[in-house]
Design a protein around this ligand. Structure first.
Ligand code: HEM
Length: 652
C-alpha cells in the first residue's frame, strides 16, 4: 500500500503571506444588503494571490462569501498610510531639491509604517450573518485559504482569532495551556454541564480530571468492548434487520445516535436507555438538551442570559423541563449506585472494576471522592454528551465515506470476514482490525468532531510576530488543520492509506505533530479516546460484516450542518441489505482472559497528563434509589438530525 504522510511538519510549513483587511463597510442600518466593498479591490494584491475580482455579491447572505473573499472585499495589505502617501512621495521624488529629501523622509516613514503593519494580525471583517448562515467551519476554511494560519475575524466589536497551524495549536493546547481557558464554551455549556470536565477551568478542572481519568482505566475500557458488541448486535436485530426486510431506507445518523446513547448510558452510569428499541421521556429530554447546547453554540448572541427567558420562550421552557427530568433521573441513578457500593463493600484500588456495575459512576462513588451531587451530575452529563454525539458523528461520516468508496468498504469486509466471521470482536481482535481502524482515522480527519476547539486567552500570548492579547477568544480550526493543503496531500480526498502502512502506529496528535487532532491534544485531550475508538471499530466491523449500505439518493444530498459536532442536513439515508448467509455463529471472546494477557493499547502514546496514579483508595459511601422514568411510555424521540441550515454536500 502506498504511503502518504502529511506533506509538511509544522516546522516546514510555508505560510501564506499575511494580508490585512480594513473593510470600510457602513453599519447595517445605512446599507442595503447585498453591498459591494467600499474600497476598490487591490489589483496588485489580487494578482499576487491569484485571486480574480468578481462581480458584486448576490443578495443571499452567506451564499457568496467565497465571491466576496475573492473580490478582495475583506482584504487590504501593508500599511494604508504608506499606500495613501505613496503617490505624493512619487511626485515629490521628481523634484530635484527639496522634493527629493521630502520623498526620502516619506520613504523612511513608509518603511516604519510597513514594519508596524507587519505586526498587525491579518484581519477579516464581515457581517456575522455570513458566518451563521452555514456551518461555521466552512467559511473559516475559505478565509484560511486567503489569510493563512492565523487571522482575526471581526464582526463589529466582536472578534475571534482563528488558528489553523499545527505549531500554534500545540502552543495553545500543550506548551502554553496554562494561558488559556475554555471561555465561550463554558458560557454556552454551563446550563447543562455546569462545572463538568469539558467546560471547567482552573482548580475545579484539575480536581475533576484527577478524579475522573482513573475511572477510564485499561481494564474498564477492555470490559466495555463486549458491551459495544452486544449493543451493535441489538441494534442490528432491533432495527437494521427490519429495514433490510422492508427494503425501505433508514436514517443511519439517527441509528448511530441511538446506538451511541445506549452505549454511553451503560458505560457512564449503568443505565440502559435502550433507545434503539423504544423512545421515552428521558431520551427525549436528553435530546432536547443536546439540541439546545448545539443551538447555543451557533447563536450569534447569548440569548439565554436574558433574565426570565426560561419562563417565557417555549423552547427555553422545554429545555428547563428537560433539565429537571434528566437531573432527577441522574439523582436516582446516583442513589441506586451508592446503595450498591455500600452493599458490595468492595476494596477500592487502582483499576477498580465492579462486576455487577462496571460504570464510571460506580468507580467514582467507590473511590470515596467527596463531591457534591451537583458536581457528580455535571460530570455524568458531561460524559454523556461528550461521549455520545461525537462517536455517533464519527460512525455517521465513516459510513457516508464508505458509501462513496466501495473499495474501502470491500477491504473492511475482507478483514472482518477473515478475522471474525460473524462473531463479536473481542479485545484481542481490536489490534488486528487495522483496516477498519484506519478508515475511521481517515474519517476523523475529514470530519473532525468537533470541527473547532474553543479557547480564551487568560494572558497575552505570542505567535511569531503577532500578539494575541489577554481576553481574546480563539478558535482552533481542526477542520482547517485536517484539510490544509500545506499539510496533507490531496486534503479533501478520502485516502486511508495516507497514514502509512497498516502496521504503523495509529495516528494521533503526537505522531502527526498536532496536524491531526481527532481527540484534541495536551492536557485537555479527550479522556475517552480509546473507549471511543474501540467503540467505533467494534460497531463498524459488526455492521459491515452483516450488511451492505447504499445511499438513498431520493432523499437529497447529505449536506452538513453543525453544532458541537458535524451533522448531516437531511439524514444519512441508507438502504440496508443483509449480506450472504452468516455461517459463523456469533461468539464472544473472553475479555477477562485478554485483560490478563496484558494487551497493550494500540492508540499510541495517550496524553493524559493528570495521571491515573493519583487515585487514592478510600471507603465506599452509600444510599439507594433508581430511575423512575425509564419504563414510562413517551413521545417519539426527535430525529438525531439536528439540522440548523442547509448547505452544500460534503466535498470528500
Ligand atoms: C469519537 C468520539 C470522541 C471524539 C471525537 C472526542 C473528541 C474530543 C475532543 C476533540 C476533546 C478536546 C476538546 C477541547 O480540547 O476543547 C474532547 C474532550 C473530552 N472528551 Fe471526548 N471525544 C470522543 C469521545 C468521548 C467519550 C466516549 C468520552 C467519555 C467517556 C469523552 C469525554 C471527554 C471529556 C470529559 C473531555 C474533556 C477533557 C478535559 O477538558 O479535561 N469523549 N473529546
Amino acid at each position: 500500500m502506498q504511503t502518504q504522510r502529511p506533506l509538511a511538519s509544522p516546522g516546514r510549513q510555508a505560510s501564506i503571506p499575511a494580508r490585512r483587511a480594513y473593510s470600510l463597510r457602513p453599519p447595517l442600518t445605512q446599507r442595503q444588503l447585498p453591498i459591494a466593498r467600499a474600497e476598490p479591490p487591490q489589483t496588485e494584491e489580487i494578482k499576487l494571490f491569484g485571486i480574480i475580482p468578481t462581480a458584486p455579491r448576490s443578495s443571499k447572505l452567506g451564499e457568496n462569501l467565497e465571491d466576496r473573499i475573492q473580490s478582495g472585499e475583506f482584504t487590504d495589505s501593508g500599511s494604508t498610510k504608506e499606500k495613501l502617501t505613496r503617490p505624493l512621495r512619487q511626485a515629490l521624488a521628481k523634484e530635484p531639491l527639496v522634493g527629493r529629501s521630502a520623498a526620502r523622509f516619506l520613504a523612511d516613514l513608509g518603511r516604519q509604517w510597513r514594519a508596524e503593519a507587519s505586526k498587525r494580525m491579518p484581519e477579516a471583517r464581515g457581517d456575522i450573518r455570513e458566518i451563521v448562515g452555514q456551518p461555521v467551519f466552512v467559511p473559516l476554511y475559505k478565509l484560511f485559504l486567503v489569510y493563512g494560519k492565523i487571522f482575526r475575524l471581526s464582526f463589529g466589536p466582536k472578534s475571534f482569532v482563528i488558528i489553523s497551524d499545527p505549531a500554534y495549536a500545540k502552543q495553545i493546547l500543550l506548551t502554553n495551556a496554562d494561558k488559556y481557558s475554555k471561555g465561550l464554551l463554558s458560557e454556552i455549556l454551563d446550563f447543562v454541564m455546569g462545572t463538568g470536565l469539558i467546560p471547567a477551568d482552573g482548580e475545579i478542572w484539575k480536581a475533576r480530571r484527577r478524579a475522573v481519568v482513573p475511572a477510564l482505566h485499561r481494564k474498564y475500557v477492555m470490559s466495555m468492548v463486549d458491551m459495544f458488541g452486544d449493543c451493535a448486535a441489538h441494534g442490528a436485530s432491533a432495527t437494521l434487520d427490519k429495514y433490510a426486510a422492508s427494503g425501505t431506507s433508514l436514517d443511519m445518523e439517527n441509528f448511530f445516535s441511538r446506538l451511541g446513547l445506549d452505549i454511553i448510558g451503560k458505560a457512564v452510569f449503568n443505565y440502559d436507555f435502550d433507545s434503539l428499541a423504544h423512545d421515552d421521556p428521558v431520551i427525549q429530554a436528553v435530546y432536547t438538551l443536546l439540541r439546545e447546547a448545539e443551538h447555543r453554540s451557533t447563536a450569534p448572541i447569548a440569548y439565554w442570559n436574558i433574565p426570565g427567558i426560561q419562563f417565557v420562550v417555549p423552547r427555553q421552557k422545554r429545555c428547563q423541563e428537560a433539565l429537571v427530568l434528566v437531573n432527577e433521573c441522574l439523582d436516582g441513578l446516583i442513589d441506586k449506585c451508592k446503595k450498591l457500593v455500600e452493599e458490595e463493600d468492595a476494596v477500592f484500588g487502582e483499576e477498580f472494576l465492579s462486576e455487577r456495575d462496571p460504570s464510571i459512576l460506580h468507580f467514582l462513588l467507590a473511590s470515596g471522592d467527596e463531591i457534591s451531587s451537583k458536581q457528580l451530575r455535571d460530570d455524568l452529563m458531561t460524559m454523556l454528551i461528550a461521549g455520545h454525539e461525537t462517536t455517533a458523528a464519527v460512525l455517521t461520516w465513516t459510513l457516508y465515506l464508505l458509501s462513496q468508496h466501495p473499495e474501502a468498504a470491500a477491504a473492511i469486509r475482507k478483514e472482518v470476514d477473515e478475522l471474525l466471521g460473524d462473531r463479536k470482536p473481542g479485545v484481542e481482535d481490536l489490534r488486528a482490525l487495522k483496516m477498519t481502524t484506519r478508515v475511521i482515522n481517515e474519517a476523523m480527519r475529514l470530519y473532525p468532531q468537533p470541527p473547532v476547539l474553543i479557547r480564551r486567552a487568560l494572558q497575552d500570548d505570542h505567535f511569531d510576530q503577532f500578539t494575541v492579547p489577554a481576553g481574546s477568544d480563539l478558535f482552533i480550526s481542526v477542520w482547517n488543520l485536517h484539510r490544509s493543503p500545506k499539510l496533507w496531500d490531496e486534503p479533501d480526498k478520502f485516502k486511508p492509506e495516507r497514514f502509512g502502512p497498516l502496521d504503523s502506529p495509529i495516528p494521533n496528535e503526537v505522531t502527526e505533530n498536532f496536524a491531526y487532532l481527532p481527540f484534541g491534544g495536551g492536557r485537555r485531550k479527550c479522556i475517552g479516546d480509546q473507549f471511543a475508538l474501540f467503540e467505533a471499530v467494534v460497531a463498524l466491523a459488526m455492521l459491515m460484516r452483516r450488511y451492505e449500505f447504499n445511499l438513498d439518493e431520493s432523499k437529497g444530498t447529505v449536506g452538513m450542518t453543525t453544532g458541537a459536532t458535524i451533522h448531516t442536513t437531511n439524514g444519512l439515508n441508507m438502504f440496508v441489505r443483509r449480506r450472504d448467509p452468516l455461517t459463523v455463529p456469533p461468539t464472544s471472546s473472553s475479555v477477562a482472559e485478554t485483560v490478563s494477557t496484558g494487551y497493550a493499547f494500540a492508540c499510541g502514546p495517550a496524553v493524559m497528563p493528570v495521571a491515573s496514579a493519583e487515585v487514592v483508595a478510600a471507603p465506599a459511601t452509600a444510599a439507594g434509589g433508581g430511575c423512575p422514568f425509564h419504563t414510562a411510555a413517551g413521545a417519539a424521540v426527535p430525529a438525531a438530525t439536528m439540522s440548523l441550515r442547509p448547505t452544500g454536500p460534503p466535498s470528500a
